[in-house]
Design a protein around this ligand. Structure first.
Ligand SMILES: Nc1ncnc2c1ncn2[C@@H]1O[C@H](COP(=O)(O)OP(=O)(O)O)[C@@H](O)[C@H]1O
Ligand SMILES: [Mg+2]
Length: 502
């Protein structure tokens, strides 16, 4: 690999102060001190909970030869060994993006990148587009479930990882797998923190917009503005794909300066379903596109997923993927782990879902109401230590759409589970009595499944693919799928997978 030097990576960057040899070789750029390798450059950012400066010692101990850190000009410079070259900058997040694109050159030119932003549906749409594009191109995907391309997989802690991690991965799969296309979830937080500055998007997709993440963005305007950043990046030859069933979609449409396709159930959407049928086995639809009608069969369940399918079809139509490929990719598509994901479909049905906002919960419940034969039983809770305003709204949506609700814990984090439950219950209307409270999620799931009768749908919402539960003092292994299966086994509705000692 070509040798890279600190001064080259920082070319054009405003430097407040520096020390040592800036023409020092850089073996890699790291934002997490635990990943630093010998000869690496550690970039210390001021995070929301932690200051990277506190990890400088750790980075140096692991062999960092240079440090880039951010602080105000009047701040005192931290002590560092003389052999370490350091550079002080104003905004290390912007700088790291710049460094990443010099370290891994040619990315913006050689990769075709589709970004998906919005409150709900990103992971599902990303997975669908990945399946379609993969029929023609070597495609990478980046999102909540990790970064994947062919046989290469990397776990990520964030929906949109840090710029340097994205580029390191993409560089690797470009070389090892011949990757040419990328489809990724772009969170509003990532946009605001310049994590995707180093990528060149050819398509931006908007899903839905509601008040999640207000703990980070504080106001809806700021949140919306962050999402708009993706669309501002698009040039005249690029494409926006916009859900016009969501009023925010229309606002975005007003502001885009690129080509666009709209999708949704609305009559004037460019991509919309003419006929459709929802069952627990999946969705069938005749989808109108500017290239004619495409008949679709897909295992994904319900109205919200048809919306997601429309977004994926729009994206594929723009990329000139043949209709047969689109239909075949959707036909072969399984489910997205933890998104309207059926665990059992027998006498009654049990699904696990990731809805953890009021809008997602509403989409989920409305979708299932359209399918159910009998009652809709919901198990859910709201997460602790994050946006509290959504709790009563989630309660309200639950009471309006479910026939019975077991209110339980999600990830209580630093809060008392009972206090969170109270906030949720406050959203139930005064006449809604069809609920019970059980803060122990295992017991709550058991209760809901045990009360299910023929034709009922039980949906366990909020945690989806997660396999942990976060409490004040500990994080435990907890997997909704396992819990559901255990209860079904106890009820002899499914066969035990456990090895029995004879
Ligand atoms: N188009 C949609 N509109 C509203 N809710 C949706 C939509 N798609 C999915 N959901 C709900 O949101 C949850 C999260 O979906 P996911 O695809 O993981 O979105 P994201 O990546 O944006 O969080 C799903 O479990 C489902 O309940
Ligand atoms: Mg996601």
């Amino acid at each position: 690999m070509t040798k890279r030097y600190l001064d080259e990576l920082l070319n054009g960057v405003d430097i407040l102060a520096d020390s040592g040899n800036l023409h020092v070789e850089v073996s890699g750029v790291f934002m997490d001190s635990r990943r630093v390798q010998s000869g690496g450059c550690f970039v210390a950012i001021r995070g929301f909970n932690e200051n990277g400066l506190n990890y400088m010692g750790d980075a140096i101990a692991r062999g960092a030869a240079s440090i880039v850190f951010e602080s105000d000009p009047e701040d005192t410079i931290p002590d560092m060994p003389a052999y370490v070259s350091w550079v002080q900058v104003k905004n290390a997040r912007k700088v790291v993006c710049k460094m990443a694109s010099v370290f891994y050159p040619g990315m913006a030119e050689s990769l075709d990148v589709t970004g998906i932003t919005g409150t709900n549906g990103k992971t599902t749409i990303m997975s669908l587009i990945h399946a379609i594009l993969s029929r023609r191109f070597k495609t990478a995907n980046i999102g909540t479930l990790g970064m994947t391309c062919g046989d290469t997989f990397e776990k990520t802690g964030l929906t949109t990882p840090e710029s340097i991690d994205i580029l390191r991965f993409l560089n690797r799969v470009r070389e090892d797998e011949g990757c040419t296309h990328v489809v990724m979830e772009v969170s509003s937080v990532a946009l605001k923190l310049h994590r995707v500055n180093c990528l060149n998007f050819s398509q931006g997709i908007f899903t839905t917009f509601t008040g999640d993440h207000l703990d980070f963005h504080h106001t809806m305007e700021d949140y919306l503005d962050s999402k708009m950043m993706l669309f501002r990046k698009l040039g005249m030859d690029d494409w926006a794909v916009i859900n016009i069933d969501d009023p925010t979609g229309l606002k975005i449409l007003d502001q885009v300066n690129c080509k666009y396709l709209t999708y949704g159930f609305s009559e004037n959407a460019d991509i919309r379903p003419m006929k459709y049928k929802f069952t627990l086995d999946g969705t069938q639809a005749a989808v109108r596109t500017p290239r004619g009608i495409i008949d679709i069969k897909c295992k994904l369940i319900g109205r919200v997923n048809l919306t997601n399918i429309l977004a994926a079809v729009a994206s594929a139509v723009i990329k000139r993927i043949p209709e047969e490929d689109i239909a075949a990719a959707l036909g072969n598509f399984g489910t997205v782990k933890g998104r309207l994901d059926p665990v059992y479909n027998g006498k009654f049905a049990v699904l696990v879902d990731f809805a953890h906002t009021d809008k997602a919960l509403e989409g989920l419940l409305v979708s299932l109401k359209e399918i159910k034969a009998n009652r809709l039983i919901l198990v859910f809770g709201a997460g602790g230590s994050r946006d509290k305003t959504k709790r009563p709204r989630m309660g309200q949506v639950a009471s309006l759409n479910a026939d019975y609700v077991v209110v339980t814990s999600d990830n209580p984090r630093k809060e008392e589970p009972t206090a969170i439950v109270e906030d949720v219950v406050r959203g139930f209307g005064p006449d809604f009595k069809q609920y019970s409270v059980e803060t122990d999620r295992r017991k709550a799931i058991g209760k809901a499944i045990r009360m299910a009768q023929k034709g009922d749908i039980v949906v366990v919402a909020g945690k989806g693919h997660e396999d942990y539960q976060i409490f004040k003092d500990k994080t435990i292994h907890f997997d909704d799928f396992e819990e559901v299966r255990n209860v079904l086994e106890e009820l002899n509705l499914i066969e035990s997978k456990k090895v029995k000692n004879a």
